[in-house]
Ligand binder design. Sequence first.
Ligand SMILES: [Zn+2]
Ligand SMILES: [Zn+2]
Length: 362
Amino acid sequence: MEIQPIGYVKNELKKPEHVKNAGEIISKIVIDKKFESGLYKIEYQKFIDVIFHFHQSGDFDLVGPIFTGETRGVFASRSPRRPNGLGVSTVRLLKQEENILIVSGLDAIDGTPVIDLKPADFSFFRQNNEDDDLPLHNPRFNIEKHISRGETKQLLKMAGQIHGHFCPGLAMGVIAAVNGMQRFKQISDGMEKILAIVETNNCFADGIQYVSGCTFGNNGLIFKDQGKNAVTFATRNGKGFRIRGRNDLRQTIGRLFPEFETLFDEVIVKRNDNPEKQKLFNEESRKASFGMLELDFSRLFVTEEENVKVPPYAPIEESLQCDECGEIFMASRGKNRENRNICNKCLNVHHPFLDGYGIHCT
Ligand SMILES: [Zn+2]
Ligand SMILES: [Zn+2]
């Protein structure tokens, strides 16, 4: 076995001795430049496991005293005198400055070689409430964190907050968007850097909007009224890929969630609004949507690279007051006639609108 350090620790601990207040000690973990890109998206981790080498402790004792005086076996202690001299600490990540991580709680001395880093996983123990506190500097922090960890279940739960119910369509949107966003080396900040082009205005589109952050309101969402369960994600250089539901999607859902399929036909297609049936349908729909998260991506979607013609950033338009109705309107949505500003509404101009039937004109 051959191990090469990825970096080293820099802090005030100069002597190898037991540290009582590790939680208060601030350390820098300096990562070798050649491994720096391995830190991509690490800022979304609150806690990191640091694996390091006890480079100053020579031999090992299988049984010996620990710092309290109690005798224990080496594997029942955190003693540095171990057969393989490896230390593991879970630290809090305070800040990242390029190849340097600033952490608290690392009980390793100055100069300690670092072998590996990984996100600490408390998922087996934790009742997760951390979504309650949104950091204001990046309102999408929790969403990006779940994307980078592939936590589709969390994201589906959260997407349900805007969609109002859980259904396979919403789950599909979440799955597609997680896959899409994971391919980009940048995050979505609602400023049109990442665009989502959706081809349907159904449940799928809400999963896309929630996870990708490309929305109707921030112009990151482009709607092509083609009635297909498909979305193309692209960055401003036009490099993108289209993710489209497989042709046998309906059959897959029907086969895996037959109760959902039957109730869908009764409650949604035939509009049978019996409240008991409705309740049962909601339950089956929820089961099916979370069940879909367990499926392989390739069972649901086909992906192709695509070059996208990226529209310029949305214009910032002048606001005018209509001389007919007195309301304020965007300059492009009206005309100046005989020195009077008139809005499209007062001009009786046909305007397109979007509803459940797609885009049409008045
Ligand atoms: Zn839905
Ligand atoms: Zn008007």
